[in-house]
Design a protein around this ligand. Structure first.
Ligand code: SAM
Length: 349
């Protein structure tokens, strides 16, 4: 039986593009019924592409030392209460070995903008990982760097780069970041990464301070036009040591609706159900998958540093969020009809 579908969802599904005004209309009319309709369509499109396969990434949080002062972030330079750490290359290799033995075939090296990680040091780390684990992909998420740096890291073997655009509205960007950061610079980095040949990921927080539905409509248009291979969407969650400590967190409903719209817009995109989504709802990961996500990124960092990578309050790093509990994650995914697979999980057109 043919189901009634919102005309804008249908248009997005058929043409993969909408105007900013049309995205805005969808976001303003985000009712439970519309969310359900979008999720049903998004899951259909994800299944056509990936079947019931869920890709996993082993996340290593290699340093919480950061020169930036992003106002929402608990590891920003402005937080004197953050206990700083940096993993050694040997710790990174040990994490990778542990992850490999568990079945991970992508390692994500994420961290603050820590000057210790020069191009030379990172290239050595990437080359070592690629030679020890030639069947694995290396994803970097280390913030803004120069063109020469991105190129050198790519030449050393890095496959993918995650750099959220955070918000596509320059004025909103200015409210979330200090004056030494700009959306123009962020966009230039993203374009550079793409041009070099990385599978590139952008993304934003759902419900960040000062965010309006119009900002999110601009974000969706940015994603549509930039056409990333990956997109990280998670709820904003306040951190007690930031100026946004009293701001409300983003919701599961808004986050999952955005995931569904992005899946319908870009059926083959790699779309994680993020740690932040799992942190605001015990079933957040499952809800993300059932809205169209197809990737989860359990934590592979050494247990003793996990508590120190506190981007926001109550960030999950144990239970199914810990790489070591892959069996639990597998069971949870099976309970909603999905299968965690041992696979690099590259982007495919
Ligand atoms: N330094 C790298 C960068 O800027 O891309 C990687 C690390 S950064 C901490 C990773 C992401 O964490 C950011 O892109 C941001 O969206 C997210 N994040 C930071 N603080 C957050 C918060 N309070 N709530 C939710 N997500 C947050």
């Amino acid at each position: 039986m043919a189901r009634n579908i919102h005309p804008l969802l249908e248009k997005l599904d058929k043409t993969h593009r909408l105007s900013v005004e049309e995205y805005h209309t969808l976001l303003k009319s985000c009712t439970p019924d519309l969310r359900q309709e979008a999720a049903r369509l998004a899951v259909e499109r994800a299944k056509a592409h990936f079947g019931n396969r869920i890709y996993i990434r082993g996340l290593m949080e290699i340093s919480n030392i950061c020169k930036n002062g992003c106002r929402y972030c608990g590891i920003g330079r402005q937080n004197p209460n953050c206990q700083r750490y940096r993993l050694t290359p040997e710790q990174i290799y040990r994490c990778a070995q542990e992850g490999y033995d568990l079945g991970f075939r992508t390692f994500v090296l994420q961290g603050g903008e820590d000057a210790w990680f020069t191009d030379d040091r990172l290239c050595t780390i990437i080359e070592t990982l690629k030679s020890q684990f030639p069947d694995c992909a290396v994803t970097l998420s280390l913030g803004e760097r120069s063109h020469e740096s991105y190129q050198a890291l790519y030449d050393a073997g890095a496959d993918r780069y995650l750099l959220r655009h955070e918000t596509a509205d320059p004025r909103h960007y200015g409210k979330l970041h200090p004056a030494d950061q700009s959306f123009a610079q962020r966009r230039a980095c993203l374009e550079d990464l793409h041009r070099i040949g990385y599978q590139t990921g952008c993304g934003m927080m759902a419900g960040s301070p000062y965010q309006t539905p119009l900002h999110l409509a601009q974000d969706l248009k940015f994603i549509e036009e930039f056409s990333p291979e990956m997109c990280g969407i998670g709820p904003f969650i306040p951190h007690k040591d930031t100026v946004f400590r009293d701001e409300p967190a983003g919701t599961v409903e808004l986050t999952t609706f955005l995931l569904s719209l992005i899946r319908i817009m870009k059926p083959g995109i790699l779309l994680p159900a993020t740690t932040a989504l799992g942190s605001i709802d015990p079933n957040g990961r499952e809800k993300g998958i059932l809205a169209g996500a197809n990737v989860v990124m359990p934590n592979l960092s050494p247990v003793e540093v996990r508590e120190k990578y506190t981007l926001y309050n109550n960030k999950l790093s144990s239970g199914p969020e810990a790489a070591q509990n892959l069996m639990e994650l597998q069971k949870r995914m099976q309970s909603i009809g999905y299968q965690v697979v041992v696979d690099r999980g590259d982007y495919q057109m």
